[in-house]
Design a protein around this ligand. Structure first.
Ligand code: NAP
Length: 293
């Protein structure tokens, strides 16, 4: 078993991104600029946004945070997005999900200028991705593709099983793995909560990508020898053993599955760190006007 080490790859790629950000500063007189909008005080969202901001600073980007309380109206939030869209000093905009129930996330996502949509959630970017055109790719699937590329994992002709079909992970991941590209060119099966006997499919997987949010859902009896496992799950449980007060578990029972796998991502230290890289690369591409010249 070999580890797909998100810590190692993300640090390597951050060094490259920092060099490219310095070039942008020299050429344009300003740093790539990411704005994050955070509504409310959800613990997970606070952690993710703080990490995104911190990583921006590390690679020499400018980052700004716009905060609202839970009771912000949908109208006010949409007005703010329009204002950020119009600001030429901003390259990328993200609105951290989930949003409070009275705000329609689809409306907010579609309000973001597709040229600044560095989360890659806008339908225009998703459509362009599906057609293999230049687009912003959702950060987590993008990070996974970068990881496969960096480790030289051969995907062509392989059977990839994706468990989970969310708009932000499972669904775009399945499109990317099926695209005529490298990485890609897989035969893809998508499983979800209505799939009976999931094990029948996971046992057939050469590459297994799991994004469902259920601790240790994939057990050793569900995979074949030599499988490549990408565990996207981030399941937080309170713990007295860690400084942060919680412990993170994946969707895959790492201890039992790892001995059967040829490659596997750990949790933490795997996909989560690569997601940040996807976001940073999208922001850099936005600043360089690479996707929409
Ligand atoms: P989501 O929007 O809740 O979607 C979960 C998906 O899993 C749905 O498609 C659901 O099926 C499917 N599912 C749920 N229970 C299932 C079961 N028992 N068997 C088969 N399929 C099942 O979740 P998400 O946003 O994609 O996130 C999934 C996990 O990845 C979470 O743990 C999240 O924290 C983590 N995550 C990590 C990163 C990272 O950077 N590492 C980024 C994003 C998300 P239906 O469609 O039928 O409901």
């Amino acid at each position: 078993m070999q580890l797909l080490d998100g810590k190692y790859i993300s640090e390597k790629l951050k060094t490259e991104i920092a060099q490219e950000a310095a070039e942008v500063l020299t050429q344009t007189g300003r740093k790539p600029h990411l704005v994050a909008v955070l509504v409310g005080h959800d613990g997970g969202s606070e952690t993710y946004v703080a990490s995104k901001m911190r990583n921006c600073e590390k690679v020499g980007f400018q980052s700004s945070l716009v905060r609202y309380e839970d009771d912000v109206s949908e109208e006010e939030l949409l007005e703010k997005v329009a204002e950020l869209n119009a600001d030429a000093g901003i390259d990328g905009i993200i609105v951290q999900l989930p949003l409070p129930k009275h705000i329609d996330p689809e409306k907010v996502t579609e309000k973001i200028d597709h040229r600044k949509d560095v989360d890659g959630f806008h339908p225009l970017n998703l459509g362009r991705m599906q057609r293999n055109l230049p687009s912003f790719i959702p950060a987590t699937p993008y990070g996974i593709m970068l990881m496969l590329q960096e480790y030289g994992i051969q995907t062509s002709g392989k059977h990839c099983v994706v468990v989970g079909r969310s708009n932000i992970v499972g669904s775009p991941m399945s499109i990317l793995m099926a695209r005529n590209a490298n990485p890609g060119n897989c035969t893809v099966t998508i499983c979800h909560s209505r799939t009976p006997d999931i094990k029948k499919y996971t046992l057939e997987a050469d590459i297994l990508i799991v994004a469902i949010g259920k601790k240790n859902f994939i057990t050793a009896d569900m995979v074949k020898n030599g499988v490549i496992v990408i565990d996207v799950g981030m399941n937080r449980e309170t713990s007295t053993q860690t400084k942060s007060g919680y412990k993170l578990y994946g969707d895959v029972d790492f201890e039992k599955v790892a001995p059967k796998a040829s490659w596997i991502t750990p949790v933490p230290g795997g996909v989560g760190l690569m997601t940040i890289i996807g976001l940073l690369k999208n922001t850099l591409a936005a600043a360089r006007k690479e996707v929409y010249p």
